[in-house]
Design a protein around this ligand. Structure first.
Ligand code: NAD
Ligand code: UGA
Length: 456
Protein backbone atom coordinates (compact mmCIF):
# COMPACT_ATOMS: atom_id res chain seq x y z
CA UNK A 1 0.00 0.00 0.00
CA UNK A 2 1.39 3.43 -0.98
CA UNK A 3 1.78 5.66 2.05
CA UNK A 4 1.51 9.43 1.83
CA UNK A 5 2.41 11.86 4.57
CA UNK A 6 1.43 15.53 4.31
CA UNK A 7 3.15 18.05 6.56
CA UNK A 8 0.78 20.95 7.21
CA UNK A 9 -2.92 20.45 8.00
CA UNK A 10 -4.13 23.88 6.86
CA UNK A 11 -6.45 25.21 4.15
CA UNK A 12 -4.49 23.30 1.50
CA UNK A 13 -3.10 20.21 3.28
CA UNK A 14 -6.42 19.23 4.90
CA UNK A 15 -8.75 19.40 1.87
CA UNK A 16 -6.23 18.12 -0.74
CA UNK A 17 -5.27 15.10 1.33
CA UNK A 18 -8.90 14.36 2.22
CA UNK A 19 -9.67 14.32 -1.52
CA UNK A 20 -6.74 12.01 -2.34
CA UNK A 21 -7.85 9.68 0.48
CA UNK A 22 -11.44 9.70 -0.73
CA UNK A 23 -10.51 8.97 -4.33
CA UNK A 24 -7.72 6.45 -3.63
CA UNK A 25 -8.90 4.07 -0.89
CA UNK A 26 -5.79 1.92 -1.45
CA UNK A 27 -3.46 4.80 -0.52
CA UNK A 28 -2.88 5.53 3.17
CA UNK A 29 -2.79 9.29 3.85
CA UNK A 30 -1.54 10.75 7.13
CA UNK A 31 -1.70 14.51 7.63
CA UNK A 32 0.59 15.86 10.34
CA UNK A 33 1.00 19.26 11.95
CA UNK A 34 2.73 20.81 14.93
CA UNK A 35 -0.53 22.55 15.79
CA UNK A 36 -2.14 19.97 18.08
CA UNK A 37 -5.50 21.72 18.34
CA UNK A 38 -5.81 21.83 14.55
CA UNK A 39 -5.03 18.13 14.32
CA UNK A 40 -7.61 17.39 17.03
CA UNK A 41 -10.25 19.51 15.29
CA UNK A 42 -9.83 17.62 11.98
CA UNK A 43 -11.06 14.54 13.86
CA UNK A 44 -14.26 16.13 15.16
CA UNK A 45 -17.52 17.30 13.58
CA UNK A 46 -16.27 20.87 13.94
CA UNK A 47 -13.47 21.01 11.33
CA UNK A 48 -10.81 23.72 11.75
CA UNK A 49 -11.77 25.37 8.44
CA UNK A 50 -15.13 26.04 6.83
CA UNK A 51 -15.40 24.84 3.25
CA UNK A 52 -18.64 23.71 1.57
CA UNK A 53 -18.70 19.92 1.10
CA UNK A 54 -15.52 19.32 3.10
CA UNK A 55 -17.25 17.54 6.02
CA UNK A 56 -18.58 14.76 3.79
CA UNK A 57 -15.21 14.17 2.11
CA UNK A 58 -13.37 13.96 5.45
CA UNK A 59 -16.06 11.79 7.01
CA UNK A 60 -15.90 9.26 4.18
CA UNK A 61 -12.15 8.59 4.54
CA UNK A 62 -11.35 9.43 8.19
CA UNK A 63 -10.12 6.34 10.04
CA UNK A 64 -10.30 4.27 6.82
CA UNK A 65 -7.24 5.57 4.96
CA UNK A 66 -7.12 9.19 6.20
CA UNK A 67 -5.43 9.97 9.49
CA UNK A 68 -4.47 13.17 11.31
CA UNK A 69 -1.59 13.14 13.74
CA UNK A 70 1.01 15.23 15.56
CA UNK A 71 3.58 12.40 15.19
CA UNK A 72 5.46 14.16 12.41
CA UNK A 73 8.61 11.99 12.50
CA UNK A 74 6.78 8.66 12.43
CA UNK A 75 4.59 9.72 9.51
CA UNK A 76 7.69 10.80 7.55
CA UNK A 77 9.51 7.54 8.33
CA UNK A 78 6.54 5.45 7.13
CA UNK A 79 5.85 7.43 3.94
CA UNK A 80 6.77 6.77 0.32
CA UNK A 81 5.64 10.26 -0.66
CA UNK A 82 5.88 13.34 1.58
CA UNK A 83 3.84 16.41 0.61
CA UNK A 84 4.97 19.62 2.25
CA UNK A 85 2.07 22.03 2.58
CA UNK A 86 3.25 24.41 5.28
CA UNK A 87 2.74 28.16 5.26
CA UNK A 88 5.11 30.37 3.25
CA UNK A 89 4.17 33.88 4.40
CA UNK A 90 5.85 37.11 3.40
CA UNK A 91 9.10 37.61 5.27
CA UNK A 92 8.81 40.26 7.98
CA UNK A 93 12.48 40.60 8.86
CA UNK A 94 15.95 40.80 7.35
CA UNK A 95 16.76 40.76 3.65
CA UNK A 96 13.69 40.85 1.44
CA UNK A 97 11.42 41.83 4.37
CA UNK A 98 7.96 42.76 3.09
CA UNK A 99 8.47 40.95 -0.24
CA UNK A 100 10.35 37.65 -0.15
CA UNK A 101 8.81 34.36 1.04
CA UNK A 102 9.68 33.27 4.55
CA UNK A 103 10.99 29.78 3.89
CA UNK A 104 11.85 28.88 7.47
CA UNK A 105 8.90 26.48 7.92
CA UNK A 106 9.70 24.79 4.61
CA UNK A 107 13.35 24.38 5.42
CA UNK A 108 12.59 23.03 8.89
CA UNK A 109 10.50 20.34 7.23
CA UNK A 110 13.28 19.51 4.77
CA UNK A 111 15.75 19.16 7.66
CA UNK A 112 13.31 16.96 9.59
CA UNK A 113 12.75 14.74 6.54
CA UNK A 114 16.49 14.36 6.05
CA UNK A 115 17.02 13.68 9.75
CA UNK A 116 14.53 10.85 10.21
CA UNK A 117 14.26 9.15 6.79
CA UNK A 118 15.71 5.68 6.37
CA UNK A 119 14.18 4.86 2.94
CA UNK A 120 14.06 6.68 -0.41
CA UNK A 121 11.18 9.15 -0.75
CA UNK A 122 9.43 11.45 -3.16
CA UNK A 123 9.15 14.95 -1.69
CA UNK A 124 6.35 17.05 -3.13
CA UNK A 125 6.32 20.83 -2.92
CA UNK A 126 2.64 21.64 -2.34
CA UNK A 127 3.26 25.02 -0.72
CA UNK A 128 3.66 27.98 -3.06
CA UNK A 129 7.38 28.66 -3.32
CA UNK A 130 9.80 30.93 -5.15
CA UNK A 131 11.14 29.51 -8.40
CA UNK A 132 14.22 27.33 -7.81
CA UNK A 133 13.33 26.49 -4.19
CA UNK A 134 13.54 22.80 -5.09
CA UNK A 135 17.22 23.27 -5.79
CA UNK A 136 17.88 24.63 -2.29
CA UNK A 137 15.75 21.88 -0.78
CA UNK A 138 17.64 19.17 -2.64
CA UNK A 139 20.87 20.58 -1.24
CA UNK A 140 19.47 20.44 2.30
CA UNK A 141 18.01 16.95 1.81
CA UNK A 142 21.19 15.51 0.34
CA UNK A 143 23.66 17.24 2.63
CA UNK A 144 25.89 15.05 4.85
CA UNK A 145 26.36 11.36 4.24
CA UNK A 146 22.76 10.09 4.37
CA UNK A 147 22.48 7.35 1.69
CA UNK A 148 18.74 7.94 1.23
CA UNK A 149 17.66 9.41 -2.13
CA UNK A 150 15.02 12.14 -2.26
CA UNK A 151 13.35 13.09 -5.52
CA UNK A 152 11.75 16.54 -5.33
CA UNK A 153 8.61 17.31 -7.37
CA UNK A 154 6.69 20.57 -7.62
CA UNK A 155 2.92 20.12 -7.46
CA UNK A 156 1.46 23.56 -6.75
CA UNK A 157 -2.15 23.80 -5.64
CA UNK A 158 -4.64 25.94 -7.57
CA UNK A 159 -7.76 25.48 -5.42
CA UNK A 160 -9.67 28.59 -4.39
CA UNK A 161 -11.22 28.84 -0.95
CA UNK A 162 -14.98 28.51 -0.83
CA UNK A 163 -14.86 26.17 -3.85
CA UNK A 164 -11.98 23.95 -2.69
CA UNK A 165 -13.88 20.67 -2.90
CA UNK A 166 -15.27 21.33 -6.38
CA UNK A 167 -11.82 22.53 -7.51
CA UNK A 168 -10.13 19.41 -6.15
CA UNK A 169 -12.74 17.05 -7.52
CA UNK A 170 -12.80 18.59 -10.97
CA UNK A 171 -9.71 20.79 -11.47
CA UNK A 172 -8.98 22.71 -14.68
CA UNK A 173 -5.58 21.09 -14.43
CA UNK A 174 -3.12 19.49 -12.06
CA UNK A 175 0.49 20.53 -12.59
CA UNK A 176 3.46 18.34 -11.71
CA UNK A 177 7.04 19.41 -12.26
CA UNK A 178 9.88 16.90 -12.15
CA UNK A 179 13.50 16.65 -13.17
CA UNK A 180 14.26 15.32 -16.62
CA UNK A 181 16.33 12.45 -15.18
CA UNK A 182 15.18 8.80 -15.07
CA UNK A 183 14.52 8.99 -11.31
CA UNK A 184 12.79 12.37 -11.73
CA UNK A 185 10.51 10.99 -14.46
CA UNK A 186 9.76 7.85 -12.42
CA UNK A 187 8.72 9.95 -9.40
CA UNK A 188 6.63 12.18 -11.63
CA UNK A 189 4.82 9.14 -13.05
CA UNK A 190 4.06 7.89 -9.52
CA UNK A 191 2.28 11.14 -8.71
CA UNK A 192 0.55 11.29 -12.10
CA UNK A 193 -0.89 7.82 -11.41
CA UNK A 194 -2.38 8.95 -8.11
CA UNK A 195 -4.16 11.96 -9.64
CA UNK A 196 -5.18 9.92 -12.71
CA UNK A 197 -7.45 7.88 -10.40
CA UNK A 198 -10.07 10.58 -10.81
CA UNK A 199 -8.70 13.31 -13.09
CA UNK A 200 -8.66 12.84 -16.90
CA UNK A 201 -5.06 12.30 -18.00
CA UNK A 202 -5.09 15.25 -20.42
CA UNK A 203 -5.73 17.60 -17.50
CA UNK A 204 -2.62 16.41 -15.67
CA UNK A 205 0.15 18.63 -16.98
CA UNK A 206 3.81 17.79 -16.54
CA UNK A 207 6.68 20.24 -16.75
CA UNK A 208 10.17 20.81 -15.47
CA UNK A 209 10.43 21.73 -11.79
CA UNK A 210 11.24 25.41 -12.36
CA UNK A 211 8.35 25.91 -14.78
CA UNK A 212 5.93 24.31 -12.30
CA UNK A 213 7.17 26.51 -9.45
CA UNK A 214 6.97 29.67 -11.55
CA UNK A 215 3.57 28.77 -13.05
CA UNK A 216 1.97 28.94 -9.60
CA UNK A 217 3.21 32.48 -8.89
CA UNK A 218 2.31 33.50 -12.44
CA UNK A 219 -1.25 32.13 -12.21
CA UNK A 220 -1.94 34.10 -9.04
CA UNK A 221 -0.33 37.23 -10.46
CA UNK A 222 -2.50 37.05 -13.61
CA UNK A 223 -5.69 36.46 -11.61
CA UNK A 224 -4.97 39.34 -9.23
CA UNK A 225 -3.98 41.53 -12.16
CA UNK A 226 -7.43 41.11 -13.69
CA UNK A 227 -9.09 42.25 -10.46
CA UNK A 228 -6.79 45.27 -10.23
CA UNK A 229 -7.38 46.07 -13.90
CA UNK A 230 -11.17 46.16 -13.55
CA UNK A 231 -10.87 48.04 -10.27
CA UNK A 232 -8.72 50.68 -12.00
CA UNK A 233 -11.47 51.02 -14.61
CA UNK A 234 -14.11 51.24 -11.83
CA UNK A 235 -12.52 54.48 -10.60
CA UNK A 236 -12.68 55.91 -14.12
CA UNK A 237 -16.32 54.76 -14.44
CA UNK A 238 -17.27 56.72 -11.34
CA UNK A 239 -15.69 59.84 -12.85
CA UNK A 240 -17.42 59.44 -16.21
CA UNK A 241 -20.84 57.86 -15.51
CA UNK A 242 -19.85 54.69 -17.33
CA UNK A 243 -21.06 51.56 -15.50
CA UNK A 244 -18.30 49.10 -14.59
CA UNK A 245 -20.69 46.13 -14.76
CA UNK A 246 -21.57 47.02 -18.35
CA UNK A 247 -17.92 47.56 -19.25
CA UNK A 248 -16.91 44.21 -17.70
CA UNK A 249 -19.73 42.43 -19.51
CA UNK A 250 -18.82 44.05 -22.83
CA UNK A 251 -15.14 43.18 -22.68
CA UNK A 252 -15.79 39.76 -21.15
CA UNK A 253 -17.73 38.60 -24.20
CA UNK A 254 -14.49 38.86 -26.20
CA UNK A 255 -13.36 35.25 -26.06
CA UNK A 256 -9.73 36.39 -25.95
CA UNK A 257 -10.44 38.27 -22.69
CA UNK A 258 -13.05 35.96 -21.14
CA UNK A 259 -15.70 36.88 -18.60
CA UNK A 260 -14.34 35.49 -15.31
CA UNK A 261 -12.45 37.44 -12.66
CA UNK A 262 -13.75 40.78 -13.87
CA UNK A 263 -15.87 41.66 -10.85
CA UNK A 264 -15.00 45.10 -9.55
CA UNK A 265 -14.78 45.08 -5.75
CA UNK A 266 -13.27 46.72 -2.70
CA UNK A 267 -10.11 44.81 -3.69
CA UNK A 268 -8.77 41.30 -3.56
CA UNK A 269 -7.95 39.69 -0.23
CA UNK A 270 -6.86 36.24 0.84
CA UNK A 271 -3.63 34.81 2.11
CA UNK A 272 -1.97 34.39 -1.28
CA UNK A 273 -2.51 37.01 -4.00
CA UNK A 274 -0.59 39.78 -2.27
CA UNK A 275 2.11 37.53 -0.84
CA UNK A 276 2.68 35.73 -4.14
CA UNK A 277 2.88 38.94 -6.19
CA UNK A 278 5.29 40.50 -3.70
CA UNK A 279 7.36 37.34 -3.95
CA UNK A 280 7.33 37.64 -7.75
CA UNK A 281 8.44 41.27 -7.44
CA UNK A 282 11.28 40.20 -5.17
CA UNK A 283 12.33 37.44 -7.54
CA UNK A 284 12.38 39.81 -10.53
CA UNK A 285 14.45 42.31 -8.56
CA UNK A 286 16.89 39.68 -7.40
CA UNK A 287 17.49 38.74 -11.04
CA UNK A 288 18.03 42.47 -11.86
CA UNK A 289 14.69 42.78 -13.71
CA UNK A 290 13.44 46.14 -12.43
CA UNK A 291 10.73 46.84 -15.05
CA UNK A 292 8.99 43.46 -14.62
CA UNK A 293 9.22 43.98 -10.84
CA UNK A 294 7.61 47.44 -11.10
CA UNK A 295 4.93 46.11 -13.45
CA UNK A 296 3.74 43.49 -10.95
CA UNK A 297 4.16 45.72 -7.90
CA UNK A 298 1.57 48.05 -9.43
CA UNK A 299 -1.10 45.31 -9.11
CA UNK A 300 -0.71 45.46 -5.32
CA UNK A 301 -0.53 49.27 -5.26
CA UNK A 302 -3.79 49.42 -7.25
CA UNK A 303 -5.43 47.05 -4.76
CA UNK A 304 -4.44 49.23 -1.83
CA UNK A 305 -5.76 52.30 -3.67
CA UNK A 306 -9.11 50.58 -4.18
CA UNK A 307 -9.47 49.69 -0.47
CA UNK A 308 -8.60 53.25 0.57
CA UNK A 309 -10.84 54.79 -2.10
CA UNK A 310 -13.83 52.86 -0.73
CA UNK A 311 -13.47 54.35 2.75
CA UNK A 312 -12.78 57.82 1.35
CA UNK A 313 -16.00 57.57 -0.66
CA UNK A 314 -17.92 56.56 2.47
CA UNK A 315 -16.53 59.54 4.34
CA UNK A 316 -17.15 62.08 1.57
CA UNK A 317 -20.67 60.88 0.83
CA UNK A 318 -21.59 60.92 4.53
CA UNK A 319 -20.91 64.68 4.72
CA UNK A 320 -17.22 64.32 5.57
CA UNK A 321 -17.79 63.08 9.08
CA UNK A 322 -18.55 59.63 10.38
CA UNK A 323 -17.40 60.26 13.96
CA UNK A 324 -19.93 58.71 16.33
CA UNK A 325 -21.96 57.20 13.47
CA UNK A 326 -22.86 53.51 13.64
CA UNK A 327 -21.68 51.64 10.56
CA UNK A 328 -22.73 48.03 9.99
CA UNK A 329 -20.19 45.90 8.13
CA UNK A 330 -21.88 43.05 6.25
CA UNK A 331 -19.18 40.46 5.68
CA UNK A 332 -15.64 40.21 7.02
CA UNK A 333 -14.34 37.07 5.22
CA UNK A 334 -12.14 37.84 2.20
CA UNK A 335 -14.72 36.16 -0.05
CA UNK A 336 -17.97 34.24 0.33
CA UNK A 337 -18.20 30.64 1.57
CA UNK A 338 -15.14 30.76 3.78
CA UNK A 339 -14.45 31.82 7.35
CA UNK A 340 -10.95 32.88 6.29
CA UNK A 341 -10.14 36.52 6.98
CA UNK A 342 -6.45 36.58 6.03
CA UNK A 343 -5.65 39.85 4.17
CA UNK A 344 -9.37 40.56 3.92
CA UNK A 345 -10.00 44.11 2.65
CA UNK A 346 -12.47 44.35 5.56
CA UNK A 347 -9.55 44.62 7.97
CA UNK A 348 -8.28 47.81 6.40
CA UNK A 349 -11.78 49.23 5.95
CA UNK A 350 -12.66 48.63 9.64
CA UNK A 351 -9.37 50.07 10.86
CA UNK A 352 -9.86 53.22 8.78
CA UNK A 353 -13.46 53.62 9.95
CA UNK A 354 -12.39 53.28 13.59
CA UNK A 355 -9.65 55.82 12.83
CA UNK A 356 -12.48 58.20 11.82
CA UNK A 357 -14.15 57.43 15.18
CA UNK A 358 -17.08 55.58 13.61
CA UNK A 359 -18.93 52.98 15.74
CA UNK A 360 -18.24 49.86 13.73
CA UNK A 361 -20.41 46.72 14.04
CA UNK A 362 -19.11 43.65 12.21
CA UNK A 363 -21.48 40.95 10.99
CA UNK A 364 -20.55 37.76 9.13
CA UNK A 365 -22.11 34.29 8.93
CA UNK A 366 -18.81 32.40 9.40
CA UNK A 367 -15.94 34.75 10.15
CA UNK A 368 -16.74 36.58 13.41
CA UNK A 369 -14.20 34.60 15.46
CA UNK A 370 -11.42 35.15 12.90
CA UNK A 371 -12.41 38.82 12.61
CA UNK A 372 -11.76 39.21 16.35
CA UNK A 373 -8.34 37.62 15.93
CA UNK A 374 -7.49 40.07 13.12
CA UNK A 375 -8.18 43.12 15.28
CA UNK A 376 -7.17 42.24 18.85
CA UNK A 377 -6.28 45.87 19.56
CA UNK A 378 -9.76 47.12 18.58
CA UNK A 379 -11.99 44.71 20.50
CA UNK A 380 -13.20 47.44 22.84
CA UNK A 381 -14.00 49.75 19.91
CA UNK A 382 -15.80 47.36 17.55
CA UNK A 383 -19.00 45.39 18.16
CA UNK A 384 -19.57 41.95 16.67
CA UNK A 385 -23.09 40.84 15.83
CA UNK A 386 -23.88 37.78 13.77
CA UNK A 387 -27.44 38.85 12.93
CA UNK A 388 -27.28 41.45 10.13
CA UNK A 389 -30.64 42.96 11.11
CA UNK A 390 -29.41 43.61 14.64
CA UNK A 391 -26.11 45.01 13.28
CA UNK A 392 -27.95 47.47 11.03
CA UNK A 393 -30.36 48.72 13.70
CA UNK A 394 -29.79 52.41 14.29
CA UNK A 395 -26.88 52.48 11.81
CA UNK A 396 -26.20 55.40 9.49
CA UNK A 397 -24.67 53.11 6.90
CA UNK A 398 -24.36 49.50 5.86
CA UNK A 399 -21.22 48.45 3.98
CA UNK A 400 -21.26 45.16 2.05
CA UNK A 401 -17.69 43.82 2.14
CA UNK A 402 -18.17 40.09 1.41
CA UNK A 403 -20.29 38.60 -1.36
CA UNK A 404 -22.21 36.16 0.87
CA UNK A 405 -25.34 35.20 -1.03
CA UNK A 406 -27.48 35.62 2.11
CA UNK A 407 -26.95 39.39 1.79
CA UNK A 408 -28.91 39.32 -1.46
CA UNK A 409 -31.85 37.75 0.32
CA UNK A 410 -32.23 40.16 3.25
CA UNK A 411 -35.35 42.26 3.77
CA UNK A 412 -33.86 45.67 2.97
CA UNK A 413 -37.12 47.50 3.66
CA UNK A 414 -36.92 46.19 7.25
CA UNK A 415 -33.26 47.22 7.43
CA UNK A 416 -34.02 50.69 6.05
CA UNK A 417 -36.85 51.22 8.53
CA UNK A 418 -34.53 50.43 11.46
CA UNK A 419 -31.69 52.75 10.37
CA UNK A 420 -30.88 56.41 11.03
CA UNK A 421 -31.74 58.68 8.08
CA UNK A 422 -30.45 59.39 5.52
CA UNK A 423 -29.64 55.70 5.36
CA UNK A 424 -26.59 54.83 3.24
CA UNK A 425 -25.66 51.54 1.71
CA UNK A 426 -22.16 51.06 0.27
CA UNK A 427 -22.06 47.96 -1.89
CA UNK A 428 -18.39 46.98 -2.04
CA UNK A 429 -19.26 43.88 -4.04
CA UNK A 430 -21.82 45.26 -6.51
CA UNK A 431 -24.10 42.39 -5.61
CA UNK A 432 -27.41 44.05 -4.65
CA UNK A 433 -30.28 45.44 -6.71
CA UNK A 434 -29.31 49.10 -6.52
CA UNK A 435 -32.46 50.47 -8.15
CA UNK A 436 -34.67 48.55 -5.69
CA UNK A 437 -32.61 49.84 -2.75
CA UNK A 438 -32.84 53.40 -4.10
CA UNK A 439 -36.61 53.08 -4.40
CA UNK A 440 -36.81 51.95 -0.75
CA UNK A 441 -35.14 55.26 0.12
CA UNK A 442 -31.46 54.32 0.55
CA UNK A 443 -28.58 56.48 -0.61
CA UNK A 444 -26.79 53.83 -2.67
CA UNK A 445 -23.07 53.80 -3.47
CA UNK A 446 -21.63 51.01 -5.57
CA UNK A 447 -18.18 50.39 -6.98
CA UNK A 448 -17.78 51.75 -10.47
CA UNK A 449 -21.20 53.38 -10.45
CA UNK A 450 -20.87 55.97 -7.71
CA UNK A 451 -23.68 57.37 -5.55
CA UNK A 452 -27.38 57.34 -6.36
CA UNK A 453 -28.81 60.02 -4.13
CA UNK A 454 -32.16 61.48 -3.13
CA UNK A 455 -30.39 64.48 -1.62
CA UNK A 456 -29.77 67.40 -3.94
P1 NAD B 1 -2.07 27.29 6.66
O1 NAD B 1 -1.38 28.31 7.49
O2 NAD B 1 -3.55 27.15 6.73
O3 NAD B 1 -1.47 25.84 7.01
C1 NAD B 1 -0.13 25.56 7.15
C2 NAD B 1 0.04 24.57 8.31
O4 NAD B 1 1.41 24.15 8.36
C3 NAD B 1 -0.27 25.15 9.69
O5 NAD B 1 -1.30 24.40 10.30
C4 NAD B 1 1.07 25.04 10.46
O6 NAD B 1 0.91 24.72 11.83
C5 NAD B 1 1.74 23.91 9.71
N1 NAD B 1 3.20 23.89 9.90
C6 NAD B 1 4.09 24.92 9.77
N2 NAD B 1 5.35 24.49 10.01
C7 NAD B 1 5.26 23.17 10.28
C8 NAD B 1 6.22 22.18 10.60
N3 NAD B 1 7.52 22.47 10.65
N4 NAD B 1 5.80 20.92 10.84
C9 NAD B 1 4.48 20.60 10.78
N5 NAD B 1 3.52 21.51 10.47
C10 NAD B 1 3.91 22.78 10.22
O7 NAD B 1 -1.60 27.54 5.16
P2 NAD B 1 -2.39 27.18 3.82
O8 NAD B 1 -3.39 28.24 3.52
O9 NAD B 1 -2.82 25.76 3.87
O10 NAD B 1 -1.22 27.36 2.75
C11 NAD B 1 -0.15 26.44 2.69
C12 NAD B 1 0.62 26.71 1.40
O11 NAD B 1 -0.23 26.49 0.27
C13 NAD B 1 1.15 28.13 1.26
O12 NAD B 1 2.39 28.09 0.62
C14 NAD B 1 0.13 28.78 0.34
O13 NAD B 1 0.72 29.83 -0.43
C15 NAD B 1 -0.28 27.66 -0.56
N6 NAD B 1 -1.63 27.75 -1.12
C16 NAD B 1 -2.68 28.16 -0.34
C17 NAD B 1 -3.97 28.19 -0.89
C18 NAD B 1 -5.17 28.61 -0.08
O14 NAD B 1 -6.24 28.70 -0.63
N7 NAD B 1 -5.04 28.88 1.21
C19 NAD B 1 -4.18 27.78 -2.20
C20 NAD B 1 -3.08 27.35 -2.96
C21 NAD B 1 -1.81 27.34 -2.40
C1 UGA C 1 -6.75 32.26 -5.31
C2 UGA C 1 -6.73 31.59 -6.69
O1 UGA C 1 -7.99 31.80 -7.32
C3 UGA C 1 -6.43 30.10 -6.56
O2 UGA C 1 -6.32 29.53 -7.87
C4 UGA C 1 -5.13 29.91 -5.80
O3 UGA C 1 -4.87 28.53 -5.61
C5 UGA C 1 -5.24 30.59 -4.45
O4 UGA C 1 -5.53 32.00 -4.64
C6 UGA C 1 -3.98 30.54 -3.65
O5 UGA C 1 -2.90 30.36 -4.19
O6 UGA C 1 -4.14 30.72 -2.44
P1 UGA C 1 -8.52 32.47 -3.33
O7 UGA C 1 -7.61 33.54 -2.86
O8 UGA C 1 -8.93 31.40 -2.38
O9 UGA C 1 -7.84 31.70 -4.58
O10 UGA C 1 -9.85 33.11 -3.90
P2 UGA C 1 -10.22 33.89 -5.27
O11 UGA C 1 -11.51 33.40 -5.75
O12 UGA C 1 -9.10 33.89 -6.23
O13 UGA C 1 -10.45 35.38 -4.74
C7 UGA C 1 -9.38 36.17 -4.27
C8 UGA C 1 -9.88 37.57 -3.97
O14 UGA C 1 -10.18 38.28 -5.17
C9 UGA C 1 -11.14 37.60 -3.12
O15 UGA C 1 -11.05 38.64 -2.17
C10 UGA C 1 -12.23 37.88 -4.13
O16 UGA C 1 -13.37 38.48 -3.58
C11 UGA C 1 -11.49 38.81 -5.08
N1 UGA C 1 -12.08 38.85 -6.44
C12 UGA C 1 -12.06 37.73 -7.22
C13 UGA C 1 -12.61 40.04 -6.93
O17 UGA C 1 -12.61 41.06 -6.24
N2 UGA C 1 -13.12 40.06 -8.21
C14 UGA C 1 -13.13 38.96 -9.00
O18 UGA C 1 -13.62 39.06 -10.16
C15 UGA C 1 -12.58 37.77 -8.49
Amino acid sequence: MTKICCIGAGYVGGPTMAMIAKKCPDVQVTVVDINASRIAAWQTDDLPIYEPGLDEVVKEALGRNLFFSTEVDQAIIDADIVFVSVNTPTKTFGEGAGFASDLQYWELCARRIKEVSTTDKIIVEKSTLPVRTAEAMERVLHSGDNPVHFEVLSNPEFLAEGTAIADLENPDRVLIGGHETPSGQKALQTLVDIYATWIPRERILTANVWSAELSKLTANAFLAQRVSSINAISALCEATEADVGEVAHSIGTDSRIGSRFLKASIGFGGSCFKKDILNLVYLCESYGLQEPADYWRQVVIMNEYQETRFVTNMLHNMFNTIAGKRIAIFGFAFKADTGDTRESPAIKVCRKLVGEHAKVVVSDPKAIENAKLEMPDLLDQIDFEKDPYAAAEGAHAVAILTDWKEYKELDYQRIYDSMAKPAFIFDGRNMLDHQALFEIGFEVYSIGKGLKTHLK
